[in-house]
Design a protein around this ligand. Sequence first.
Ligand code: PMP
Length: 299
Amino acid sequence: MDFGAHVWRNGQLIKSEDAKTSLINHALHYGSGVFEGIRCYKTERGTAVFRLKEHMERLQYSGSVLEIKMPHSVQDLCQATLELLKANNLESGYIRPVACFGEGKMGLNPHGADIDVFIAAWAWGKYLSDDPITVGTSPWIRIHPKSLQADAKINGHYVNSIMSSQWAHNNNYQEALLLDYKGNLAEGPGENLFIIKDGEMFTPELGTILNGITRATIMELSEKELGIKTIQKTLTPADLLNADEAFFTGTAAEVTILKSIDGNQIGTQANEISGQLKQLYADVVEGRVEKYNDWLSYV
Ligand code: PMP
């Protein structure tokens, strides 16, 4: 896999082959880092990053939860991303900023370890399928909000997502769905969930889930463009089973429609509203809707 010729690390662009770290690295041992996943798209006006500032703000927020003192501002990180995309000559792809405790300290208190901040960017196509996907309910529940800070994107949290994803693939589902500790609907391993019933749209409330940037984007687009206001509330597995339509949202997954849950088809699969939102999202991220151009940072 080609991960791009350059990476940005601690304030400068360097060749990817020169980006090395010791095996005695705090984040490698304990997952003590925070990260983001961002996409850039090919548009008529060149490459554009979707909601770059919001992603870097969430990186700063996640860092503050883990007490990572970030030596770079949101603005600096946004600028660094655009420079990296130019250096890697990337038309469209995926951007992965990480801020972590690195070398210089072992033991569970990371205080004293180096803070390592880097951004990688590479070409990456569809994460899930363009067609509706089969989903299975994971036996692993979403992390408990009193064990960890569920709305921070902390590397170590993702073992929960990895194990759910492994379970899904071992059981021939295309993706997993995680319930929360009360047995209510939470989210996918890397996606938020929406359901549609009788023309109304619902999504699980915040608390145990990641506060997704695509989730917020879809709520805004559906209200402004389709006149559908999303209701954020507690949702049960039965709500999904009885839904007319359901879809996942995420930077990597974009809008991915659900075909079935645990082998049960969802609705009639006409997917009228989710189909419209999927198309609208693609039009917005690829710069075809002037009104939402503020969400794009051009390289
Ligand atoms: N939930 C989890 C657990 C995720 O990792 C992601 C991906 N960042 C999402 C939801 C979707 O968030 P976003 O739309 O900001 O990419």
